[in-house]
Design a protein around this ligand. Structure first.
Ligand code: CP
Ligand code: NVA
Length: 319
């Protein structure tokens, strides 16, 4: 399995830690790893490597992807939560980082603050990877771009429209990832949820270099025209549960439904639906039984153009 030595021993705090070609190289590597796994071959890229998984928030995909991906390559993981460690409670992040760095070969962190992640990276002396913070979700975006590559063959020049909570971790990282991949990106969200100006300007500069565009708008009908990817995420992220009612009323006009998919003008052509998951697409969960579908309707979620389970599987190959 070939990859650039430049990628070894590197941390990933945000997608901008990778240059454009490194990001695309990781996607190619993930595609090769997926093929190798489907051929029944288990690798040893992580032979005798131990990885700490520190999770302050819940997870299905990220935790399981990291665990199985590491095991498949001969490595091992230890799952740590705030409840069963001293992390940030009885012991500072800096001290915990220095201890874990002596024991583990790498740390994957999921939590609230980007600063905690930065402290881990600064003091552990081992590579630290962002498994989601309030600000960014870079490993998700690698899987999203991989899924687009599988669907379309090539991703440069495609148009991705993200509709929903425009300033969350997934929206921020998707904007940066698309800019780096030369994909036209539109973030369609109410003005109240516009992403930080500085982040948008940085993505615009990268997109410009790659002959693509970044646009922020509040008009879904206009945003989706010509889209190849319609992408949404939950309307209230982990840690924002008390904002549910407020967000539901603010984001109702931004729901992804069949009518909106048709407005792309691409429904018979090159169009896929993506969602990082978990999704409120019906009323089958505790959190959605009183509301029903929120960010995406069930018919879109279950449609043949919905690639959400390829995307979820690709979390494992990319991570
Ligand atoms: N998409 C994603 O990160 O899922 P989990 O929260 O289940 O890890
Ligand atoms: N924005 C969501 C992503 C979940 C994978 C959250 O932070 O909860």
């Amino acid at each position: 399995m070939k990859y650039s030595p430049k990628l070894k021993n590197r941390s990933l705090l945000s997608i901008n830690d990778l240059d454009d070609s490194e990001m695309m190289e990781i996607i190619e590597l993930a595609i090769a790893l997926k093929k190798r796994r489907s051929d029944g071959i288990r690798g040893n890229l992580l032979h005798r490597k131990n990885i700490a998984l520190i999770f302050e928030k819940g997870s299905t995909r990220t935790r399981c992807s990291a665990t199985i991906a590491a095991r498949d390559e001969g490595g091992d993981v230890e799952y740590l939560t705030r409840a069963d460690t001293h992390f940030g409670v009885k012991e500072s992040v800096k001290d915990t980082a220095r201890v874990l760095g002596r024991i583990f070969d790498g740390i994957l962190f999921r939590g609230f603050s980007q600063e905690t992640l930065r402290q881990l990276d600064l003091h552990s002396g081992v590579p630290v990877w962002n498994g989601l913070t309030d600000n960014f979700h870079p490993t998700q975006i690698l899987a999203d771009l991989m899924t687009m590559k599988e669907a379309f063959g090539t991703i440069k020049g495609k148009k991705v429209v993200y509709i929903g909570d425009g300033r969350n971790n997934v929206a921020n990282s998707l904007m940066a990832g698309c800019a780096k991949a030369g994909v036209d990106f539109v973030n369609c969200t109410p003005e109240k949820l516009f992403p930080e100006k500085e982040m948008v300007q940085r993505a615009m500069a990268i997109a410009d270099k790659n002959n693509s565009t970044v646009r922020i708008t509040s008009n879904p009908d206009d945003a989706v025209v010509g889209a190849n990817v319609i992408y949404t995420d939950v309307w209230f992220s982990m840690g924002e549960e008390t904002r549910k009612a407020e967000r539901v009323s603010l984001l109702k006009p931004f729901q992804v439904n069949m009518e909106l998919m048709e407005k792309t003008g691409n429904i018979e052509g090159e169009l896929i639906f993506l969602h990082c998951l978990p999704a409120f697409h019906d009323n089958n969960t505790e959190a959605s039984h009183d509301t029903g579908a929120l960010e995406v309707t069930n018919d879109v979620f279950e449609a043949p153009f919905s690639k959400v389970f390829d995307e979820a599987e690709n979390r494992m190959h990319t991570i």
